[in-house]
Design a protein around this ligand. Structure first.
Ligand code: ADP
Length: 493
């Protein structure tokens, strides 16, 4: 059963119940009011008659008996009211009820108005049928002065008209309830349609996405700011993020295949050469180099992918950032790209910087930046490193006098596989694949730090890393553990 049908049925059911309860209550109240009014009229008539009744001893042949007499018979002549007076005992002896007096409108009928109550002792109101006409009957007993019950009086009035009116009211209520139920079902359907329409649109959009893979699908977001409106906004926001993430993944896969194709083509070419002309040292060397390049690339991609999933935990411990920096600088001239080149390596401002960090990862960061500086600085240029504390942070700067990076590319160089599209930047065949800076950024951020780049084409580039000093980092670690669960939620989208 659909939610829409359920809402309609619930709505119609509840409305029907309310209508029925309402009708029954009104009907009950009207009935009670009418019966009370009739009963009080019967009671009033009974009191009037009672005042006019005398119970007297009647003597015949010496026996002493008791009889009921009335002062006048006019009191029985009340329009619409039937009266019967029955004698049920003769002094102390019970006798068969004898009709003593009855109202003229009964035309002498000796049929009791309510036979079953003729022997009652207490005043009672009953419903009875007399000569096929429904009646409301009041029965009340007479007693002698000594308290001996001697007879009863029954006063009745026809309730035929009331029953007919009841019938009309009941029929009207049944018809009105029926119409109410139909209207309730109609309204329920309309209401549920209005409520469910946006959900149906969301379902349709989700179905479209799952069948066509079209992540650009969005729902109309002109809905009011209610639950459905907010659901629509969340859905659209989720689709925007999904589209972005999907695009990033797509680009990542395309770039990766593209980057892997170059070394694979080189390996194939060299293998063909060996097949044709036999093995030679330079072909084997080239194959080894390309295989190394591919291994490096795959390792970097794996690192980035695992970092993205939050899969790599970096161990942080107290260390001197200035020592790591100086060590990396001292090895720089011996690096592959620097060999035989005319480059000057300088140590600028140099002060102790204590941070919580990971030695190998920080080395990886500085080496990556140094290699880039070496690769993109022409002969005769210089590379300067500085390391110093600044407020609550430690700073490490690597400055070169190289080719520089155009302003529009400054943001993009931290995206995976991004390499500035400029032939001047490709210094040798063993260039990286544009994965170095994304990894650097991830490591710096995992240390609670930030990386900035400042560059001018033709003049040089400065990478500046800031990382919290030890004390600051300890607080950060605490905060990290508190926010770990919320970050997990970020990944889960
Ligand atoms: P790659 O392995 O290609 O060096 P990176 O991610 O380390 O990849 O760098 C991305 C791109 O940023 C480089 O291809 C280069 O175009 C640019 N770049 C990085 N460092 C420098 C620098 N010091 N001078 C000029 N350009 C740089």
């Amino acid at each position: 059963m659909t939610i829409r049908t359920k809402i309609s049925l619930w709505y119609a059911g509840l409305l029907t119940l309310i209508i029925i309860l309402f009708s029954v209550s009104i009907f009950g109240v009207i009935q009670a009011a009418i019966i009370t009014s009739i009963d009080s009229e019967l009671a009033q008539t009974s009191s009037n008659i009672n005042r006019d009744v005398r119970v007297i001893p009647v003597g015949e042949f010496g026996a002493l008996e008791t009889g009921i007499v009335f002062r006048s018979e006019e009191i029985f002549d009340i329009p619409g009211i039937f009266v019967q007076v029955w004698q049920t005992s003769n002094g102390e002896t019970e006798i068969d009820p004898v009709l003593v007096q009855s109202s003229p409108n009964l035309m002498g009928s000796a049929d009791p108005l309510d036979r079953s109550y003729l022997s009652t002792d207490i005043p009672s109101f009953t419903n009875a049928v007399h000569k096929n006409i429904p009646q409301r009957v009041m029965t009340r007993s007479f007693s002698t002065v000594g308290g001996q019950k001697i007879g009863v009086i029954q006063i009745a009035t026809s309730t035929l008209i009331i029953e007919q009116v009841n019938q009309v009211i009941l029929t009207t209520m049944i018809i009105a309830t029926g119409i109410g139920v139909v209207i309730a079902i109609g309204l329920g359907m309309m209401l549920s349609y209005r409520v469910m329409r946006p959900i149906q649109e969301i379902t349709a959009a989700a179905t479209l996405i799952s069948t066509t893979n079209d992540l650009s699908t969005r729902l109309p977001d002109d809905l009011p700011d209610d639950e459905i409106g907010r659901l629509t906004k969340v859905f659209n926001h989720m689709m925007t993020r999904l589209e972005h993430l999907f695009g990033v993944r797509q680009r990542f896969v395309t770039d990766l295949s593209h980057e892997l194709r170059t070394p694979l083509t080189a390996i194939h070419g060299n293998l063909d050469m060996i097949q044709r002309y036999g093995s030679d040292e330079s072909s084997l060397q080239a194959i080894r180099q390309e295989a190394d390049r591919m291994t490096r690339m795959v390792t970097e991609v794996l690192t980035l992918a695992r970092a993205d999933y939050g899969d790599i935990a970096i161990d942080l411990y107290p260390l001197d950032l200035d020592e790591v920096a100086v060590e990396c600088l001292s090895h720089a001239p011996q690096r592959e790209h620097a060999k035989g080149r005319d480059l000057t390596f300088k140590l600028g401002r140099h002060e102790p910087v204590h941070i919580n960090g990971n030695y190998e990862r920080l080395q990886q960061v500085i080496d990556n930046l140094m290699i880039n500086a070496i690769k993109f600085t022409p002969d005769g240029g210089s590379i300067t490193m500085a390391v110093y504390p600044q407020g609550t942070h430690g700073v490490i700067e690597i400055q070169d006098t190289g080719i520089g990076i155009a302003e529009e590319n400054l943001d993009r160089i931290f995206q995976p596989f991004y390499q500035v599209d400029d032939s001047r930047t490709h210094v040798s065949d063993e260039d990286g694949a544009g994965l170095g800076l994304p990894i650097v950024k991830w490591i710096v951020e995992a240390h609670g730090g930030k990386i900035q780049v400042d560059s001018k084409v033709g003049e040089g580039t400065t990478f500046k890393i800031t990382m919290p000093l030890m004390e600051k980092q300890e607080n950060l670690a605490e905060q990290e553990s508190h926010s770990a669960s919320s970050r997990q939620q970020d990944y889960s989208l």
